[in-house]
Design a protein around this ligand. Sequence first.
Ligand SMILES: [Zn+2]
Length: 203
Amino acid sequence: MTDEGARPPRYVDKSLAEDVFLDDEDDDEDDEDGEYDGSGEYDGGGEEGDEPPPWPAGSQVSDAPRTHPCWSCAADVPSGASTCPECQESVRHLRLISTRPPVQLRHGGCGPLNLGRHPSWAAPTVAAALDGERGVSRRHASIEMAPDGGLWLTEHPAGTVNGTFVNGERVPPGDRVPVADGDTVRLGTYCAFTVLVVGEPPA
Ligand SMILES: [Zn+2]
């Protein structure tokens, strides 16, 4: 009993020793920092002497009409607008994100986005991105955003050797099948795009 009663002081001593040890570590770090600050070229910056930059005038920012950059042309699009006033592209658009090949395609409401390796059927950038991808046909499939905001995928009517799949389900050639946000569109065996829909559907 008496031995146990004598233990708390030891515990306190230990914690005190740890605190002292930690303080020593902090002191060492501070000393090292001081040495580096003293000998480094950054002293020329004179951060302590300069006055802090004025805080941005938040009231002016919030009073201005809220806009966001067009995903297609980067022009200012007023908040709530359905189309870009500069390029007329729909604010609602889709992103096709693939890790193989590592590519991200964006497409709005202006006609179908053709996916394939043929540089005059698909957009040159798309054809270039898919060039060399095994299993992707020269004219593989198209994805389109309808005026009501719905997404539709069509495999080329001539068909493809390795098939087109939505969430693993094969799409018959020429059929128009719905695609939704989060779906996976696969061209052939390896090339798979995750479909992301950005923006609200038309009211
Ligand atoms: Zn635009």
